[in-house]
Design a protein around this ligand. Sequence first.
Ligand code: NVA
Length: 400
Amino acid sequence: MSISNDLYPNASTSLQRKESGVPIVRKGLHVESYNDFDPLRHVIVGIADNQHIPEACPASNEKIPAGSPMRGGKAGRRTQESIDIANECLNDFAKLLEARNIIVDRPGAVDWHERIITPDFTISSGFGVMPPRDCLLTMGKTMLMAPMSFRSRYFEYLAYVDLLREYFESDPNCLIEQAPRPRLSDESFRMDYVAAYEFLSDEETMERSLRKEYSTKETDILFDAADVMRLGKDVFVQHGLTTNLAGIHWLKRKYEAQGYRIHTLSFEDNHPIHIDATFCPLRPGLMLLNPNRPLFKGQREIFEKNDWEIVEAVKPSWENPPALCYSSTWLSMNTLILDHKTVCVEATETAQMEQFDKLGFDVIPVAMRDAYAFGGGLHCATADVWREGTCEDYFPNQFS
Ligand code: NVA
């Protein structure tokens, strides 16, 4: 793939390498994270450079809510003006984090404009790398590149390969890994389902979701990293549009052998994708739940048995998401927690900021709404490299 640097002014620059190609060690670099709330020391912040709206694919089609202007094929490069405005948000956010002595890296440049062709499928373009959280899963000292379930995102991991190679070289205890690559052929999806989806009401999509029927079948091992919520030894994974049961089984088999406990969560949500605007850990013992997306029966038990409090998030300040946005207004809940007392919240989400204030947090307002359309909010726009702290057992009372 050919890449013009002009198209990627915010991407990380090429690695410094020895003649052999081995990256030069970055001193002090450390990879480790077990949750979303311990003190943040190093993070990747996404970029909006050269982002495209890809043509619909079987998995993405099901995500786009009825009535969204994204239905109806808006494929193509996003306007330069919208890219610049989104980058302003992302760059200011990166600077704010750096001013708090948090190390910030940016994804590398990959040409999202190129048509993607594999032996199994083809699609008009890639997507972009505003939301590193969707692709990268940091489990302790391992950084895993997720399979991803949208065809347009099949090669998204390439934007992180150099960075991860540098992390691997710089932290002798870190491991980088790739989940099994999916095929994403027509066999991977219920194609009849996808065709019908366009004409279903919200009630009908909700009924399908409650029956746990999605456009994705169990043919491939599928998960996006943003469906995984890490709470020390216990890891909770949302079953939905982007993560199938085979994906959860894979995570279970892999990580339970390392002493983690993997749990499946389901929510009453007609578009269950990415857990981080649905159920968000705030600090040890405290969860924030989307009031419109209750947990399935019996799934609160493990939190209650271990004295975790679940508070319902207040309503978002906006009635609608911005134009050409894949996400709902509940990006209000999609925050970046810097430590047990400090949280970054989108600056126009005044009600959500007040709720955090009442919960005892110092709130840092961060302008991000103009980047929402590029793939999400403050949590989506980041991926942990290092948080202080160790792998705690927050749920010693497991199911009987
Ligand atoms: N399903 C979510 C995505 C959150 C990042 C929403 O749109 O609410």
